[in-house]
Design a binder for this molecule. Structure first.
Ligand code: ATP
Ligand code: MG
Length: 570
């Protein structure tokens, strides 16, 4: 392929709102352009990378026994009303009406559509198990689209849905998908971790997320340094605490004036205590009404755990007016004593022998509060986020907290959609049963960006070989020199004939410009031909990642380059 024939509008400037390296570099390398917030054009090189990801995903899904389908992007509201999600899916669901005034949406996911297809076409256990997938455009009207392809509004997903006769069958399918996903991300050249993920308040289901480790990741994960335990921070458990809070301190709690002293740090400094002796009282609004959650001053609440404990979907910190109404005090002085709303305590709070809390009186705190003597809890549970100071809940080893980009998600769904949409089959005894489902997503376009988050330097992208838009960039450094031009063209033709993907920079540009662009594009190998090396019948081969340079005889060049590629070296 000739550079001059392709639309590769490289840029020096960084786009104004781009924060993530993948966003900056995809833009500067002329691989994507923004059309609107979270909506992008894929230019020829960007599309080549996307197609490579798709090809790997397709091969591994097929190998795992899944069948490819293509479902509509536009979906009628009726199916979503049947599943109940028309009401509960938030503003991410892009809703609109057709010319007849019928409600529709642009699919953010396809559980309803696929379950509808299967309930109409599958009737017997003989037709099961079935695993159907597609690679398709999704739309989610994200509140904060950012990082370019990492969190777009329109993006490309591979989504698969499995249908089994029972839970054992579903678990077998789940394991098959888990393994296929591991192969896919390995083949894409990514450094990743599979972590246990939250499944919401419904018990019985389980789920893993595949995280590409990167600083720009929006997810936090806790990972054990000794065993293979790894979990999304939302899900990571704090080991159960044994024993109670010990004897109560002498006398009743003391009311202490703390004027203008609100935050944990301020209270700690003012009362000369440690943050872990202070208890934060957080007031939340939920579907079940307001609640208070108690967390030690040095800990962070885990709202997913709170939501799951209460079985609610809505959980929002109450505003200042509501806090005043419920506690009788300004924000910063709320405490558990005397509240008329249910109080949920983290287990570390219930274990404190004496704590400082707000006094529900502006400008005052209570000291020497004892959990059993002075407080009443609706429930004590693990409600906080784990930290690196906590032991692994499996083996007691040390935990480390990492950042990750979620590129895949496998989920044992159970009967949620088959029951809502009445998808049944007749079992071997002629009995009607609901189909046991699973769903499995991969962020195909997100992978393109995640690969760059893991592979770049100051000069540009460093593609993993399997995703690179071309394997080799061929750079003649003086296109006015006939021998250079002809040799480059001949090498290009030979490389292509040998099945290599080669981009010949045939532009009449200075070598510096061409080298800069090649580095920016991130092709794994660069082959330079010019009068100087040609005089010795040689060309220069440079590896993008290691920057290793070798001079290679022209007649050995093709096998040399092919060897590097076959070994996956660059
Ligand atoms: P996130 O937590 O990042 O919003 P999600 O958990 O809502 O993602 P899923 O419903 O699990 O996403 O979708 C399957 C996969 O699709 C995700 O693992 C992710 O790789 C990808 N994906 C989800 N939302 C986006 C988006 N806005 N832009 C690009 N890829 C996305
Ligand atoms: Mg997910």
């Amino acid at each position: 392929m000739h550079y001059s024939h392709l639309l590769i509008p490289t840029l020096k400037e960084v786009p104004a709102e781009a924060e993530a390296q993948s966003h900056i570099l995809l833009f500067r390398a002329g691989m994507i352009r923004k059309l609107a917030s979270g909506i992008y054009d894929y230019l020829p090189l960007g599309l080549r990378v996307l197609r490579k990801v798709e090809a790997i995903v397709r091969q591994e899904m097929n190998r795992a026994g899944a069948q490819e389908v293509l479902l509509p992007a536009v979906q009628p509201a009726e199916l979503w009303q049947e599943s109940g999600r028309w009401q509960i899916y938030g503003k991410e669901l892009l809703r609109f009406q057709d010319r007849h005034g019928r409600d529709c949406c642009f699919g953010p996911t396809h559980e309803e559509v696929i379950t509808d297809l299967v309930r109409r076409e599958v009737h017997s256990y003989r037709q099961l198990p079935l695993n159907l997938y597609q690679i398709q455009v999704k739309f989610r009207d994200e509140i904060r689209p950012r990082f370019g392809l990492i969190r777009g509004r329109e993006f490309i997903m591979k989504d698969a849905y499995s249908f089994d006769i029972d839970e054992a069958g579903a678990e077998h399918t789940y394991r098959g998908m888990y393994e296929a996903y591991s192969r896919i991300f390995r083949r894409c050249g990514l450094t990743f971790k599979a972590v246990e993920a939250d499944t919401g308040p419904i018990g019985g289901s389980f789920s893993h997320e595949f995280m590409v480790l990167a600083e720009t990741g929006e997810d936090f994960l806790a990972s054990c340094l000794s065993c293979d335990y790894a979990a999304n921070l939302e899900k990571a458990e704090v080991p159960a605490m044994e024993g109670g809070s010990g004897p109560s301190p002498e006398g009743a709690p003391n009311l202490v004036a703390t004027p203008g002293v609100r935050t944990v740090e301020e209270v700690a400094a003012f009362l000369m205590v440690q943050p872990e002796d202070i208890v934060k009282t957080l007031i939340y609004e939920t579907d079940l009404g307001p609640v208070a959650v108690l967390i030690r001053g040095d800990h962070e609440v885990n709202e997913v755990k709170v939501r799951n404990l209460l079985g609610v979907t809505e959980l929002l910190l109450a505003g200042p007016d509501r806090v005043r109404e419920l506690t009788g005090a300004e924000v910063g002085f709320a405490g558990p004593q005397g509240l008329s709303i249910p109080v949920y305590a983290d287990q570390a709070v219930a274990a404190l022998p004496a704590m400082v809390t707000g006094a529900n009186q502006t400008g005052y705190h209570l000291t020497g509060v004892h959990p059993e003597r002075d407080l009443h809890f609706a429930k004590v549970a693990d409600l906080r986020q784990v930290t690196e100071q906590d032991p692994c809940p499996r083996c007691g080893g040390a935990l480390t907290i990492l950042k990750g980009i979620e590129v895949g998600h496998v989920f044992k769904l159970g009967f949620k959609y088959s029951k809502a949409l009445n998808a049944k089959f007749l079992d071997a005894d002629g009995e009607e049963q609901f189909i046991f489902m699973g769903c499995y997503g991969i962020g195909v376009s997100r992978i393109v960006a995640a690969a760059i988050e893991q592979g770049h330097d100051a000069d540009g992208i460093i593609w993993p070989l399997p995703l690179a838009p071309f394997q080799v960039g061929l750079v003649p450094i003086n296109t006015n020199d006939e021998k250079t031009r002809e040799t480059a063209q001949r090498l290009h033709d030979e490389f292509e004939a040998a099945g290599l993907e080669v981009l010949l920079d045939d532009r009449d540009e200075r070598p510096g410009v061409k080298f800069k662009d090649m580095d920016l594009l991130g092709l794994p190998l660069r082959v330079v031909v010019g009068p100087k090396t040609l005089a010795k019948n040689q060309a220069e081969v440079r590896q993008r990642r290691s920057r290793d340079v070798s001079l290679v005889d022209l007649d050995r060049l093709l096998p040399y380059v092919k060897d590097l590629i076959d070994q996956g070296t660059p």
